[in-house]
Design a protein around this ligand. Structure first.
Ligand code: HMG
Ligand code: MG
Length: 310
């Protein structure tokens, strides 16, 4: 296997993780979660989304979260905050704040399946690209980075299996409007290694391997295997969620992202650098899970804590 020596992880817990929580999570807790993730070594964090509060009430405090964030002082490297933005209304809201409360990266999010596009953002794939185009243009003009999340790249809760050609089509559309890098997302965690590799292969028709990230939900327990399959192809950017938080409210039955703790343990065990302190990360997962009143959904977290207790 030709493995990368270093992997960059985006923790999407504060956004993908918390967006699905029914109970109110105060903005101060979200800000503290981000602070603790930074302290554990995360350099990229998806902090919130500028979507309709009627659709996703949990993210209605987006402005408060952005204002509360504090970049680490004296940290050896910078931290990058990303936010989801579905349309110009969201983009304008994200840029209303003073510059220090702006995100570093804007994430437009489309789907390789028509049905999921309709359910998630209430428009067709073609319409979504029309909505994203001015968002991307404005972000680039303002010096912000732009990422594109591609949902349902292997399976859709409404359409079943998704063909790689659909993924290539979406990646081409994203490229066409200036999206700089894309996430190959298994939204409902149904993918297995070869299917995920086919989705990545399809994306390679439009993006370099350095600009492709893996975003795997762990519903069927395949996310670590899928991570290895992506690593084998040279992917070195991944998204994961501390304590395995999360799920999409418009993807019924889908559970959280693969736990960041599990991915970090896997990578370190393979001699791949992440810059993340696993022990500190386990504590972050315990912190947010305690707030939510449950155990972290991470085998590694459980094992580390069991070992500590001995
Ligand atoms: P719509 O209803 O078609 O929008 O929703 P609209 O333009 O017709 O506007 C309707 C109302 O929403 C209006 O308010 C607008 O002002 C307001 P009203 O006049 O009724 O009071 N509105 C907004 N408010 C705040 N911010 C905005 C905004 N836009 C319109 N940006 C829309 C379309 C996209 C807004 C809606 O469908 C939506 O917000 N969807 C959110 C979907 C979402 O957040 N899903 C979860 C994230 S995606 C995900 O988790 C997958 C990912 O992790 C990758 C993977 O795993 O696959 C990324
Ligand atoms: Mg997701």
């Amino acid at each position: 296997m030709n493995l990368p020596s270093r992997v960059r992880l985006v923790d999407v817990g504060p956004r993908d993780g918390l967006q699905n929580e029914k109970q109110a999570v105060p903005a101060a807790v979200k800000v503290e979660l981000v602070r603790r993730l930074q302290a554990a070594g995360l350099q990229e964090i998806e902090v919130t989304s500028f979507v309709s509060p009627k659709w996703v009430p949990q993210m209605a405090d987006n402005a408060e979260v952005m204002h509360g964030l504090r970049r680490p002082h004296g940290a050896p490297r910078d931290v990058r905050y990303s936010v989801l933005v579905p349309n110009m209304k969201g983009m304008e809201a994200a840029l209303t704040a003073p510059r220090e409360a702006w995100p570093d990266e804007v994430v437009v999010f489309g789907s390789a399946s028509e049905a999921f596009s309709q359910r998630n953002i209430n428009c067709s794939i073609a319409e979504s690209i029309e909505r994203f185009a001015p968002v991307v243009a404005l972000a680039l003009e303002q010096g912000l980075a732009v990422r594109g999340a591609m949902s349902c790249t292997v399976g859709c809760p409404y359409e079943g299996e998704v063909a790689p050609e659909r993924v290539a089509m979406l990646a081409g559309l994203m490229k066409g409007i200036g999206v700089q890098r894309v996430d190959v997302a298994d939204t409902i965690g149904v993918g297995t290694p070869l299917k995920v590799q086919r989705a990545i292969e399809a994306t390679l028709a439009h993006y370099d391997i350095d600009d492709i990230s893996g975003h795997f939900h762990d519903t069927y327990g395949q996310a670590l295997a899928n991570t290895c399959a992506a690593l084998e192809m040279g992917v070195w950017n991944f998204q994961s969620s501390v304590a395995g938080l999360g799920g999409c409210p418009y993807a019924k039955g889908a559970t959280g992202n693969v736990a960041t703790e599990d991915v970090v343990y896997l990578l370190h065990g393979m001699g791949i650098e992440t810059g993340i302190d696993l022990d500190a990360l386990v504590d972050v997962g315990v912190y947010i899970s305690a707030v939510l009143g449950r155990e972290p959904v991470s085998r590694v977290s459980k094992a580390v804590r069991a070992k500590r207790a001995v």
